[in-house]
Design a protein around this ligand. Structure first.
Ligand SMILES: *Cc1c(COP(=O)(O)O)cnc(C)c1O
Length: 372
């Protein structure tokens, strides 16, 4: 029996009729760009997160890019972020002519270590991008305090954390902007690319609305140089339906994670740590072990798919060699890159599948531990 890392079709089958009906209605109406479906979804997300403005954009990557641009990041600026994240976090900084400055992670939560931020701040530092990795928020009190002291903007990368909470506040609503992705594998995903920026600041919201249509308030009158970055109406229609299920899906993910925790508690596998005051949504369920690569191979042989997020932290990527980081500069990120393994987790994963995975892990660690 094969157990995939994620079963997107399984989720689709549950809501197939509803989606097909809504998509057919959308196609019949004939109005495909921005318009009502996008506005409805923007308002629904803003309401769900208790934020003032939602602005739909083409992807999570663009949500970061347009956010950074809107808060004033540009050529020569420095932006502090985590090296242990998806590439888009840093790529968006580079695309604006700014420089990513990488700060090591807290090995327990895999999120940026707030105590290491201050020493990296220079006169060029303009913003911080906290990445709420795997579905758990960063230490936002600490980040907001540093940002306030040094007058820095905060752009939250909440692409993996829609619905996650920190002290009762939703991920993405605590900084100047919050960025979300609706890539198919995210907890709220469409059947293609999509993204959203959340902000409580009306000026930033207006600027982002311009930036996504080539910098024009009125068509063909360009105030600034912007981008083509709209959320497609088609995706908004689909996401409007899926949003109703999000809390339930996140709740079931938490249940699955707790079940994994219980079954793996007596092994020496490192389990996810949930920091105080956090509601984790388990975009990924990530374990750690020194024998990661062998364990992964063993699981693969038993038909269980896993993934490594992320094998090479960003400061050691080829494209960032010019920044001068060397091995061992950011040791917690590098160690996480060697030791972590993401297991299948999604609402449709059955308990018996989960038990099979745990059984395979237990056999797997014994097998790899006894290697010569
Ligand atoms: C998915 C993701 C992004 C980018 O989102 P896209 O919609 O794929 O462009 C950015 N940051 C993080 C942490 C992500 O997981």
């Amino acid at each position: 029996m094969n157990i995939p890392l994620l079963d997107l079709k399984g989720q689709y089958l549950v809501i197939k009729d509803e989606i097909q009906q809504a998509v057919n209605d959308f196609l019949d109406r004939g109005n495909y760009i921005l318009g009502q479906p996008v506005e409805t979804f923007e308002n629904a997300i803003a309401q769900y997160l208790s934020a003032r403005h939602g602005i739909g954009v083409a992807s999570g990557t663009d949500a970061l890019l347009l956010s950074l641009s809107a808060v004033g990041v540009g050529y020569g600026d420095e932006v502090i972020t985590s090296p242990y994240t998806f590439f888009a976090t840093a790529g968006s900084i580079s695309h604006l002519g700014a420089t990513p400055v990488f700060v090591d992670i807290d090995p327990k939560t895999y999120n940026i270590d707030v105590s290491l931020i201050e020493e990296k701040i220079t006169s060029k530092t303009k913003a911080i991008i906290p990445v709420h990795l795997f579905g758990q928020c960063c230490n936002m009190d600490g980040i907001l305090e540093v940002a306030k002291t040094y007058n820095l903007k905060v752009v939250e990368d909440a692409c993996q954390a829609i619905g996650a909470e920190y002290k009762g506040k939703k991920a993405g609503t605590m900084g100047d902007t919050g960025c979300f992705s609706f890539y198919p594998t995210k907890n709220l995903g469409t059947f293609g690319d999509g993204g959203m920026i959340i902000t409580n600041d009306s000026e930033i919201a207006e600027k982002i609305k311009m930036l996504r249509v080539h910098g024009a308030i009125q068509r063909y009158f360009h105030t600034i140089v912007g981008y083509n970055s709209r959320l497609d109406g088609l995706h908004a229609v689909i996401l409007n339906i899926k949003l109703k299920y999000l809390d339930e899906w996140n709740r079931i993910r938490r249940e699955k994670a707790n079940y994994y925790n219980a079954l793996l508690s007596k092994t020496d596998i490192g389990l996810p740590n949930v920091a105080a005051d956090n509601l984790h949504i388990y975009h990924q369920y990530v374990i750690r072990t020194m024998n990661r690569d062998n364990l992964r191979q063993y699981l693969e042989k038993r038909g269980i798919s896993t993934a490594i997020y992320y094998p090479i932290p960003l400061h050691l990527q080829e494209c960032y060699q010019f920044l001068g980081y060397k091995e061992n500069f950011l040791p917690s990120s590098e160690q996480a890159g060697r030791e972590t393994l993401a297991l299948p987790i999604y609402p449709e994963l059955t308990d018996s599948q989960l038990e099979e995975i745990v059984d395979a892990i237990k056999c797997g660690i014994q097998a790899v531990d006894h290697r010569p």
